[in-house]
Design a protein around this ligand. Structure first.
Ligand code: GLA
Length: 365
């Protein structure tokens, strides 16, 4: 009888103690945030629009992130839709939100072949402008924007996506390239550096881990470094999928770019549940866009791998930014397949952490 009571008491004690440990652990992990867990590694950012700065999304941003990027508000067409007429409201609201909440700001971007108004390239006579006129317009744009946010935006994507998709070509045949040649990249960096010598300047691109594109980007960057162009780092967009990159591809890319003495930022991280595609198309009737457990598992493994490698290379990686906040809204719902739902981020459509989130924040230090 006595023995039974002791056993019962022991059982009660372990279960109470055990449960409180589990409860304690759950409480601790419930409070985990990306920015705190990665404080000794790199800042963790998110791309936003002014609509995200209120309500439950704003609460999540403040809890999880310590860096912010404007999803669209700082692009050329948003800031200078017509010559000399700057529109600051949206960009300012993002900058002010960040300042109020002690969040760093990554500027995106100063020169790109998309989301750039056509007036840059056309003169009053309706013809294509000369090299001199275009350089002057580029300089005015970059100086005005960089000076406005001087001391507030700590890093800029100066040139976005200048390398062609075709492996046989180096430079993309954009209007910038057609009119200015490869020099437009050098000039863009010089103008940005002149406007804010303290700002860190990045070249930003996608598919940067695919070996053949990696080598073409490397070639461009090597040329810039050799010419003493004021480039501080390379932005690897990281619009990835559950299928790529492999651990080896990711590791090699980081090693290759950083061997030039450049810093690395992962600037637009998301992990699509579909293979990479670029050309816009309609959704096929046979396409299933459910986020199955098998997909969730694969996504969790890819995120875990990526962050393991990021941690390993913390001496060269200075920021990791997600492209959008949660699966509630992602640009990949529209692109490249209109209306096909995607689930590429760490928070679900209700802003709750997904399995991948727990893998990213729970690791051995
Ligand atoms: C590119 C650009 C970003 C954004 C995404 C899609 O990666 O760099 O600014 O437009 O495409 O949202």
């Amino acid at each position: 009888m006595m023995k039974n009571s002791i056993l019962f008491l022991l059982f009660m004690l372990t279960s109470i103690f055990g449960n409180s440990c589990v409860a304690q652990q759950a409480k601790i992990s419930k409070n985990l945030s990306l920015k705190d867990v990665y404080r000794d590694y790199f800042s963790i950012g998110v791309a936003v629009g002014p609509r995200n700065l209120v309500g439950d999304e704003a609460v999540l941003i403040k809890k999880q992130f310590n860096s912010i990027t404007a999803e669209n508000a700082m692009k050329m067409e948003s800031l200078q839709p017509s010559e000399g007429k700057f529109y600051w409201r949206d960009a300012d609201s993002i900058v002010n939100f960040a300042k109020r909440n002690n969040i760093k700001i990554r500027g995106h971007n100063l020169c790109w072949h998309e989301q750039v108004p056509n007036w840059f390239f056309i003169g009053d006579d309706g013809k294509q402008v000369t090299k001199e006129v275009l350089l002057q317009r580029l300089k005015t744009h970059i100086s005005t924007v960089v000076k406005r946010y001087k001391g507030e935006v700590y890093a800029w994507d100066v040139v976005n996506e200048a390398i062609d998709d075709d492996p046989k070509k180096l430079m993309r045949n954009s209007k910038w390239y057609q009119i200015l040649g490869e020099d437009f990249i050098v000039k863009a960096f010089e103008y940005a550096h002149e406007a804010d010598p303290e700002a860190k300047l990045y070249y930003n691109d996608y598919n940067t881990e695919r070996p053949e594109k990696r080598e073409r980007i490397y070639k461009l960057l090597k040329g810039l470094v050799e010419k003493n162009v004021p480039v501080d780092g390379v932005g690897l967009q990281a619009h990835w999928s559950i299928y790529e990159p492999s651990e080896e591809e990711l590791r090699t890319a980081i090693e290759r770019y950083s061997s030039l003495g450049l810093k690395i930022q992962f600037t637009e991280v998301d992990l699509s549940i579909y293979p990479w595609e670029k050309t816009k198309r309609a959704k096929r009737t046979d396409e299933d866009d459910r986020f199955t457990e098998a997909l969730e598992q694969k996504q969790m493994e890819k995120y875990a791998m990526a962050f393991k490698v990021f941690r390993e290379f913390k001496s060269v990686i200075t920021n990791v930014t997600f492209w959008n906040i949660s699966d509630r809204y992602t640009w990949l719902d529209e692109y490249p397949v209109m209306g096909r739902k995607n689930y590429p981020l760490l928070f679900d459509t209700n802003l709750q952490p997904k399995k991948a989130f727990w893998k990213v924040v729970n690791f051995e230090k």
